[in-house]
Design a protein around this ligand. Structure first.
Ligand code: FUB
Length: 306
C-alpha cells in the first residue's frame, strides 16, 4: 500500500515531502511505534477492527508498515496477534506495542489488556515473532497499569522498560536478555497529569518522556481529548521535570485518544500520533505523522497537525 497523496511543503528553507495525513488509509490503525533500522522506518501499529464502531476497543492484532522516504508506506499486514500468547485470557485487548532491536534480534512488547505485558522475539523485523517465555513479562495485576509498554536502549547498552495508564507511569531496567526485569519497576516522579502512552527519546544528551494527559477525560462516555505532554531528565528513570504540552487534542475532536511517538529519521525529527479523521469515530483511529522540532533550549516546538 502506498499513501494516496503526497504534499510538497516548503519548510524552514528545506523542501520536505510528507504523505497526506492520515498516512494509513486502508485500515484503521492506532498507537504508532516507529523503529528506525537499516535506513528504513518500521512503523508498528495497533489495529482497530472495522466493526468496532459504537463498541469500544476491538483490537486483535498488530500491523507493520515500512517506508524509506516518509511518503510511501508499504503494508506488511498483521505481523503478530493475541493468538501468539497461549496464556491470554481474553480475545480482545491488543493495545499499544513497541518493537526494539538488540544484537540482531527484534523484541516486540505487547500489552494484552487485562492480562499483562508479553514479549515476542524474532530474527527479523518482519517476523515471525514467537513467545519464548510463555508468561507475562510485566503483570502488576492492575489492568490499567499493565498497558502501553515502551522500551528504550541507552547508548551504554542498558535497556529500560516503562508502562502505565490510569495515572501512574512506571519504569525499570531490563536484563540483557530483554525478557526479564532487572529489579522492581518504580513510579516515574515529576510527571504532571499523566494518563498513558509513554514514549522515550534522547536529544542532546537529555532524556525526554512524552505521554498523553487526562484532558476532558470521560466526557460523553468516550476516551477523552488527550493532549501530548513531555518531561525532561538527565537520567533515564528520572526524576523528571515536566515541561509542557507539545500537541493539542487531535482534530476533528471526536473524543479520541491520542498516542504519540517521537523518532529521528535521516536527520529530521518526526511526531507520530493518531486521530479519527477518516471515521469520525473514537474507536476507529488512523495513524498520522508531522515534523517535530526541538528549540535551541531543548524544549519542543508545538507540533502543527496538518
Ligand atoms: O489503543 C488502545 C489504547 O488507547 C492504547 O493502549 C492507549 O495508548 C490509547 O491509544
Amino acid at each position: 500500500m502506498t499513501s494516496a497523496l503526497a504534499a510538497l511543503l516548503a519548510c524552514a528553507g528545506q523542501t520536505v515531502l510528507y504523505a497526506q495525513d492520515p498516512i494509513i488509509q486502508t485500515k484503521y490503525t492506532a498507537d504508532p511505534a516507529p523503529m528506525v533500522y537499516n535506513d528504513t522506518v518500521f512503523l508498528y501499529t495497533s489495529h482497530d477492527e472495522d466493526d468496532a464502531q459504537g463498541y469500544g476497543f476491538k483490537m486483535l492484532d498488530w500491523q507493520l508498515y515500512t517506508s524509506t522516504d516518509m511518503v510511501n508506506w508499504t503494508d506488511h499486514g498483521p505481523i503478530a496477534s493475541l493468538k501468539d500468547f497461549t496464556w491470554r485470557k481474553r480475545d480482545n485487548g491488543a493495545w499499544a506495542l513497541q518493537v526494539v532491536e538488540r544484537n540482531g534480534k527484534f523484541y516486540m512488547y505487547c500489552p494484552l489488556h487485562g492480562n499483562g505485558i508479553g514479549v515476542l522475539v524474532s530474527d527479523s523485523p518482519y517476523g515471525p515473532f514467537k513467545d519464548p517465555i510463555g508468561k507475562p513479562l510485566v503483570w502488576q495485576k492492575e489492568h490499567w497499569d499493565d498497558i502501553d509498554p515502551t522500551v528504550y536502549i541507552d547508548d551504554d547498552g542498558q535497556a529500560y522498560i516503562y508502562n502505565g495508564g490510569g495515572g501512574t507511569c512506571k519504569g525499570g531496567r531490563l536484563k540483557d536478555n530483554m525478557m526479564e526485569l532487572d529489579g522492581a519497576m518504580r513510579t516515574m516522579e515529576g510527571l504532571v497529569d499523566f494518563h498513558e502512552a509513554t514514549w522515550i527519546h534522547k536529544y542532546n544528551g537529555k532524556y525526554y518522556l512524552s505521554y498523553s494527559d487526562n484532558h476532558e477525560l470521560g466526557q460523553e462516555g468516550v476516551a477523552g481529548w488527550n493532549r501530548m505532554h513531555y518531561a525532561i531528565s538527565d537520567h533515564p528513570l528520572g526524576p523528571w521535570k515536566h515541561i509542557g504540552i507539545y500537541m493539542q487534542p487531535t482534530r476533528p475532536e471526536t473524543g479520541v485518544t491520542n498516542h504519540g511517538s517521537i523518532v529521528q529519521y535521516k536527520g529530521q525529527w518526526f511526531a507520530f500520533y493518531h486521530n479519527s479523521a477518516l471515521s469520525g469515530d473514537p474507536w476507529l483511529r488512523s495513524v498520522c505523522v508531522d515534523r517535530l522540532y526541538h528549540n535551541a533550549d531543548g524544549t519542543i516546538r508545538m507540533v502543527e497537525q496538518r
